[in-house]
Write a protein that binds this ligand. Structure first.
Ligand code: AMP
Ligand code: MG
Length: 402
């Protein structure tokens, strides 16, 4: 049995980023940018008005106040998308709409709500500063400037930014295909009535959701009976057709737990077969050429925990993200929690925030079968390997879960 940090190091060493692919920007949501992006234009490409109002020379208002209004002759109106060829002279104004380019000679805009207009005469009774309500040329970015770093996550805002910079497609890291092998003769489909000895196959759905959430692709091979020959074929097929294979169940030392034997038989390089993690433990990690194989325990909570802690960082690394497990912060225990020395324990809890501090409360049984417990929780606290029972008032690291 190896500890979680060691397991993560081994997984990291054996995981490579996938090659790049050029994709249209909308297909890049949540992917990692694989190139630096430079601005092709100045943005905005001209001095533009930030308000509906009047473009003027600010200097014309230098002696203005409520008693002494400055008067301007309104020469015309400029709407967004127009370009005004005329040069504005002292004592003149142009009506201007939000987003329209300032006419030459103008250096400020006064809002429509702050002026008086009589016919073609505009009255301004306050000092207007230079650049008031003006978005300056190149204020957001200049030609040739680094706009987005390689390695950044593409969120909806980056998709908009890429569009504004004139990029309809960009290079991103490919998403891995994750094949699922769900084992267990006790498993029946969601719609089935539960006959004696049977349970519904929930792991296939949790895994599909977890993988989808990361933006990776799923190749599901469905439920595979605990039959060695059948399972061998499915494992080979999965390794040929996916970047990562995740199996559920059959990972332990029961009479029908064949996964480790089969991996050895087909020549996979088994790196470890159990990890000091709770819930979890019977986790096998193997490589086969460039492919990764994770055999996870069938207990639903163990499955989700081991996937999140061990498989997720590998999927993310393949997609170009940093290999890391971030987001932990100190949490104050509000109750005692029972635990045994020897494994790193992930306890599902409710974390509440109060005055910038975080507090952990119990949500139910921590038996590794109980999805219901996890469903009631919003986070976990982590009890280190060498610690046993912890008491209310102690501080542990914790994190929020999805
Ligand atoms: P195993 O790892 O195969 O020994 O399974 C451990 C426990 O997890 C058993 O109680 C199984 O019935 C349960 N289990 C295995 N696979 C699934 C699954 N796909 N969905 C829900 N529970 C499962
Ligand atoms: Mg089983």
């Amino acid at each position: 049995m190896i500890d979680v940090d060691n397991a993560l190091n081994i997984i990291n060493e054996n995981t490579k980023k996938l090659p790049l692919e050029k994709k249209d920007i909308l297909s890049c949501l949540n992917k990692i940018l694989a190139e630096d992006i430079y601005s092709k234009d100045d943005l905005p490409p001209f001095d533009k008005s930030a308000m509906d109002g009047y473009a003027i020379k600010s200097d014309d208002t230098r002696n203005c106040d409520a008693e002494n209004a400055a008067e301007f002759e309104i020469k015309g109106s400029i709407k967004a998308g127009d370009y005004c060829e005329d040069e504005l002279k002292s004592g003149e104004a142009f009506k201007i709409m939000t987003g329209a380019p300032l006419p030459k000679g103008a250096d400020a805009v006064i809002e429509i709500e702050k002026v008086e207009v009589k016919g073609s005469i505009l009255k301004v009774s306050q000092i207007v500063n230079k650049d008031n309500n003006v978005v300056k040329l190149g204020e957001e970015t200049k030609v040739g400037e680094l706009a987005l770093n390689r390695g950044s996550k593409i969120r909806p805002v980056e998709i908009g930014l890429l569009a504004s910079l004139g990029y309809s497609s960009v290079n991103v890291y490919k998403s891995p295909t994750v094949a699922l092998i769900i084992t267990g003769d006790e498993l029946v489909s969601i719609d089935s009535k539960l006959k004696r000895g049977k349970i519904r196959n929930s792991n296939e759905y949790s895994l599909k959701a977890l993988i989808k959430n990361l933006g990776a692709k799923v190749l599901s091979l469905g439920v595979i009976k605990d039959d060695k020959d059948n399972l061998r074929e499915k494992i080979k097929y999965a390794l040929e057709n996916a970047d990562i294979v995740v199996s559920s169940g059959g990972a332990s030392v029961g009479d029908y737990d064949f996964i480790d034997d089969l991996l050895k038989e087909i020549g996979a390089d088994i790196k470890f077969t159990s990890v000091a993690i709770k819930p979890g433990k019977p986790v096998t990690f193997a490589t086969y050429e460039e492919k990764l194989f994770f055999s996870l325990p069938g207990n639903p909570l163990s499955l989700i925990t081991t996937f999140q802690e061990l498989v997720k960082p590998a999927i993310e690394k393949m997609m170009g993200k940093q290999f890391e497990n971030k987001g932990e912060f100190p949490v104050i225990l509000m109750e005692d929690f029972k635990a045994k020395i020897g494994r790193k324990k992930y306890i599902y809890v409710e974390i509440k925030e109060h005055d910038g501090k975080y507090y952990a409360y119990k949500v139910g049984s921590q038996s590794s079968n109980h999805l219901m417990t996890m469903s009631r929780s919003n986070g976990i606290i982590i009890i280190p390997e060498k610690c046993a029972n912890v008491k209310a008032g102690e501080v542990l690291n914790g994190k929020f879960i999805l």
